[in-house]
Design a protein around this ligand. Structure first.
Ligand code: NDP
Length: 453
């Protein structure tokens, strides 16, 4: 089988690789197992030196990596560069804090001495998506490696170039061979690897469908698991909000990465008194977006990552039209490339698919709510619970509301953004477990109790 990378802007093939079979992977996994005995016994201080070097490598070659991202999945180059910077920041963060986070925790009991110690588990398999092809991998791998695990990466099939380049970054940073390894495999082989008990933990970022299949298998094999799945984040605008500021951030939050982000704002829930003002301001700012060649530094919106995503988005729009909405579509579609133009649905209703499924593309439905309670009810009405945004001049009121929203993350008067210092993850169908921060570092460790009497 071939793994093929296609440029979503030029529609040309970037590069093609032969996929590995399960048999090809077995030797590699044995090498990873051997690498674990060395890497897992280093001190945290020693491991973080390598992680610091990975940050240096990222910064030195940021342009090269950013161009690979843009070529493989169509993200505007400015955003690809920012993604690389963020990976370097993540490395810095764990390099600076991991020793403190992983130190033994003494617990006073009636015993002579009792404490908790954190030990690595072994080989962790990361199954990662294409939407932030470097960030998603670093977010999983850096804490796992810092804690002393070794990592295997099964990246999305449309970004093999990113997958191989990431392996090179860790090699250049001096990590011993086989501590981080990319396997160019399809999802069937990834499932076989889990099923044959070759790994000690699994981390997936991707769709609910993939999460459910991988979660079922990992559950059967009793493997620790982190699932970072989709979202349909509500963006609530109360009547006392700064409407123009909210609209500006709404554009960024919905249209960044052509709308292909799990924590993009996906439903705009606006109190009826201000809905007209909000739509007007939203529209104005959408019109400022520059659509086109993602390699151009001026571009805000490029193509979506795969051709089939255009069809999926068109079907969602068709459903919204059938349910009596009149969408506004902005800009002129470039002649080539997998483009879906920014679309605003000014009067959306909760029975539309765009208000229920995870819409991975630039469609923004605005739903009117009569008051705060109704806004919360709508916000909580999907199967997801990843992020949410609340806009209000009254911070106490906004915080009260934040606590009523069923999600893993709420931002008041700002955009939901992952941050290495803060835990990240969802509830309901948005996932299981947490990444980043102190909590993410503990996702793949043996939290071991030692009691001395
Ligand atoms: P998928 O969930 O199918 O893919 C994500 C990763 O999981 C890829 O590496 C994929 O490999 C792998 N994968 C998928 N199914 C399995 C399986 N059964 N066993 C092992 N690995 C598996 O996402 P898509 O790229 O197909 O995108 C579809 C939709 O998923 C999007 O429109 C969006 O709604 C959602 N999505 C959400 C993301 C998020 O960040 N929350 C990220 C990406 C997608 P392969 O590429 O080889 O199939």
């Amino acid at each position: 089988m071939k793994i093929k990378s296609v440029n979503p802007y030029t529609e040309e093939i970037n590069w093609t690789y032969d996929a590995l079979s399960f048999g090809d992977c077995e030797d590699q996994i044995e090498n990873s197992r051997a690498a674990f005995s060395g890497w897992g016994s280093l001190s945290v201080e020693e491991r973080t030196t390598y992680i610091s070097r990975a940050a240096e490598v990222l910064r030195q070659n940021r342009q090269v990596y950013a161009e690979i991202i843009t070529k493989e999945m169509g993200k505007p180059i400015r955003q690809s560069l920012a993604e690389i910077e963020k990976c370097a920041w993540l490395c810095d963060y764990y390099a600076e804090n991991a020793v403190e986070f992983l130190k033994d925790e003494v617990v006073e009991t009636e015993a002579e001495k009792s404490y908790v110690t954190f030990e690595p588990l072994g080989i962790i398999l990361g199954i990662m998506p294409w939407n932030f092809p470097f960030w998603q991998v670093f977010r999983f791998a850096v804490p796992a490696l810092t804690a002393g695990n070794v990592c295997l990466l099964k990246h999305a099939s449309n970004v093999p170039g990113s997958a191989l380049e990431i392996e090179k970054i860790f090699t250049e940073a001096g990590l011993p061979g086989d501590v981080f390894k990319t396997l160019l495999i399809d999802s069937k082989v990834a499932m076989e690897i889990i099923d044959e008990e070759l790994v000690d933990g699994v981390s997936l970022t991707g769709s609910v469908g993939a999460g459910s299949q991988i979660g079922e298998l990992a559950g059967r094999m009793i493997k620790p698991l982190v699932l970072e799945l989709g979202g349909s984040d509500p963006f609530i605008v109360l009547e006392d909000a700064d409407i123009d500021r909210a609209a500006q951030v709404a554009v960024k939050s919905r249209f960044l990465n052509a709308g292909q982000s799990c924590i993009a704002a996906k439903r705009f829930i606006v109190i009826e008194d201000v809905v007209v003002d909000f739509v007007e301001a939203f529209e104005l700012h959408i019109q400022e977006l520059k659509i086109g060649d993602p390699m151009d530094e001026e571009t805000d919106i490029g193509p979506v990552a795969k051709k089939e995503f255009v069809d999926i988005l068109e079907k969602l729009l068709k459903d919204a039209k059938k349910k009596k909405s009149e969408p506004y579509i902005y800009g002129e579609k470039p002649e080539k490339g997998f483009f879906f133009m920014p679309t605003l649905i000014p009067v959306a209703s909760t029975d539309m698919k765009v208000c229920n499924v995870e819409v991975f593309g630039p469609i923004a439905p605005v739903i009117m709510a009569k008051d705060e309670d109704e806004a919360v009810k709508i916000a909580n009405s999907t199967e997801f619970g990843l992020g949410a945004e609340v806009w209000s001049a009254d911070l106490e009121r906004a915080e009260r509301l934040a606590k009523k929203i069923r999600s893993g993350f709420v931002t008041i008067n700002g955009m939901v953004k992952s941050d290495p210092r803060m835990p990240f993850g969802g509830i309901k169908k948005s996932g299981v477990g947490r990444e980043l921060s102190y909590y993410g570092l503990k996702a793949f460790v043996n939290i071991k109790t030692i009691v001395v009497n």
